[in-house]
Ligand binder design. Structure first.
Ligand code: ADP
Ligand code: MG
Length: 506
């Protein structure tokens, strides 16, 4: 269990995330304006009369956005509501000219109900994080206060773009439930999982740097073993994994300190400061009354049919949790390795390609990917990796790695040579691993007679070490192995060397 040590004992963390992902769609949730508001687009060029709330304009629900929400709901293993509706959440701010946001507040059925997401828990085992709901709502525009000394500007390109807000569930009646996020790292794993599900389904780019994924972070603490949940705070609008983890940790420590000094935590909405990693109170928590929700009279109730859900279900690709299950069951990979290889669909696709037709080497291929390829970022398309999309490793291909592992497994080359070939490939050496091995005369020496002869030479040349070994200093075996390897130019099969050496020195 992840805990934080206080002055008076250990504390555990309770974390709830409200994750907003921007729905991929040609047009906005209630208007025909383009939803592709990327930064290179000039301000206010993708705005319809509906988005800026011209009198008499009526919203029309974009059914494609609803289908995207259903798809995501199925990816979250969630109930899809057959009857749903939209309501107005009143707030007056220039980034939303309507004066309210069309949303699905807690007391109307959201498109997506109760579900779950599987992540790797803090003990390395799979854990289900419960989802309370996911609802559709409108995004707001962007205000620009730094363009002019005395004026502010508003860009409404993003106004009205569909957001899907995914909220984790905390069962307050079951204090021992192990179904919520309970550490900063688990929060990151959860968000990455949401991101990968959304991307696999084509529901969202879910890219934090580009703002197509943002999260509100709810945190409370309690003493280890305590049977109730305590008051939480909510830190708004977080846009990086690193900041989210830092905000959770800072908030938890702040709350622990308050409790340990005899104080109480109030349910506030916090702001995170990137420069020093602290949080401060933005406002005290608003409640539903402040928003004066009421059903949107311009929109019909949203009815979703079983047929519609089934049609969407049939288009679903394999999702990361199913991929992980396949890797552990079919290839015998550990939960950890399976998790690393499904962090991203490009990675799992790469792995699947490397393993295709060579399933018996899947475990070695996985090991090489995780310990060697991941350690060499130059092999990845760095530019794309930054935006979260790795479109394949460019230098070493899946079939290269598969062939390398095969040569190693069938003793054509030894581990040292395999690493050398790997580095040569990274450095741009052309050709397949076999061609590179041929070109540089890399071949494992497996002829036991020849190896034995070299071993005899090494033994003859080092009588005092032989003496010491025989009188019990068995650690010297490595010294002999090293000398034999040196004499064979690193080409001998180390297992064979070890075996013959042991016999001859016995
Ligand atoms: P609101 O809409 O007022 O922000 P919600 O009930 O939707 O409130 O909860 C927001 C998030 O806070 C959810 O993910 C929920 O699981 C989480 N949450 C609720 N109570 C706690 C608590 N005591 N500690 C940590 N998280 C909590
Ligand atoms: Mg909230």
């Amino acid at each position: 269990m992840f805990t934080i040590k206080g002055k008076t004992g250990d504390w555990e963390l309770v974390i709830g995330l409200e994750t907003h992902i921007e729905v991929l769609s040609n047009s906005k949730l209630f208007s025909g304006a383009s939803a592709d508001y990327n930064p290179s687009v000039a301000p206010n060029t993708q705005v319809s009369m509906v988005d800026v709330a011209m009198p008499g304009m009526l919203p029309v629900l974009n059914t494609y956005c609803v289908e995207q929400a259903i798809k995501m709901g199925l990816g979250l293993n969630a109930e899809i509501s057959r009857h749903s509706s939209f309501a107005r959440k009143q707030y007056f701010y220039p980034d939303l000219p309507q004066g309210y946001q069309i949303s699905q507040p807690a007391d109307v059925p959201p498109v997506v109900g109760r579900g779950w997401v599987e992540i790797m828990g803090d003990d390395g085992q799979p854990k289900k994080i419960l989802i309370e709901r996911a609802h559709l709502e409108q995004d707001a525009g962007k205000l620009k206060h730094d363009v002019h000394p005395t004026k502010s500007f508003a860009d409404y390109n993003r106004t009205g773009v569909a957001l899907l807000e995914i909220v984790t569930y905390l069962n307050t009646k079951d204090p021992d439930s192990n179904s919520y996020i309970s550490s900063p790292d688990a929060a990151e794993r959860y968000l990455r999982e949401i991101r990968e599900i959304a991307r696999a389904l084509g529901v969202s780019k879910a890219n934090m740097e580009e703002g197509s994924m943002r999260a509100d972070v709810n945190v409370s603490v309690r003493r280890v073993g305590e049977k109730t949940f305590r008051t939480r705070t909510e830190t708004k609008n977080m846009v990086s994994f690193k900041f989210i983890k830092s905000a959770i940790e800072y908030e938890a420590r702040r709350q622990i300190e308050i409790y340990e000094n005899g104080g109480t935590v109030s349910q506030d909405t916090m702001r995170y400061h990137q420069d020093d990693g602290t949080t401060s109170v933005m406002r005290s928590k608003e409640d539903a009354l402040d928003y004066r929700y009421f059903p949107d009279p311009d929109l019909l109730p949203l009815e979703i049919s079983d047929e519609q859900i089934e049609r969407i279900r049939r288009t679903m690709p394999e999702l990361p949790s199913a991929t992980r299950a396949r890797y552990t069951a079919d290839f015998g990979l550990s939960e950890y390795d399976a998790a690393r290889l499904t962090e991203n669909t490009d990675i799992s696709r790469w792995f699947d390609t490397a393993v295709a037709g060579n399933a018996k080497r899947a475990k070695s291929i996985a090991n090489w990917m995780i310990s060697e390829l991941f350690a060499h970022p130059e092999n990845w398309d760095v530019k794309n990796e930054k935006s979260g999309i790795i479109d394949g490793m460019r230098i070493i291909t899946p079939s290269d790695l598969s062939e390398l592992v095969e040569m190693l497994s069938d003793n054509t080359i030894n581990g040292k040579q395999a690493k050398e070939i790997f580095i040569k490939m990274l450095d741009g050496e052309s050709g397949t691993p076999r061609e590179i091995a041929d070109k540089f005369g890399m071949k494992q020496m497996t002829d036991t007679g020849a190896i034995a002869a070299i071993i005899d030479e090494v033994i003859a040349a080092n009588p005092s070490q032989v003496e010491q070994y025989k009188s019990g200093k068995v650690g010297l075996l490595g010294f002999f192995v090293g000398n034999v390897m040196k004499k064979t130019g690193g080409t001998a099969n180390p297992a064979v060397v070890n075996e013959i050496l042991r016999k001859k020195l016995a």
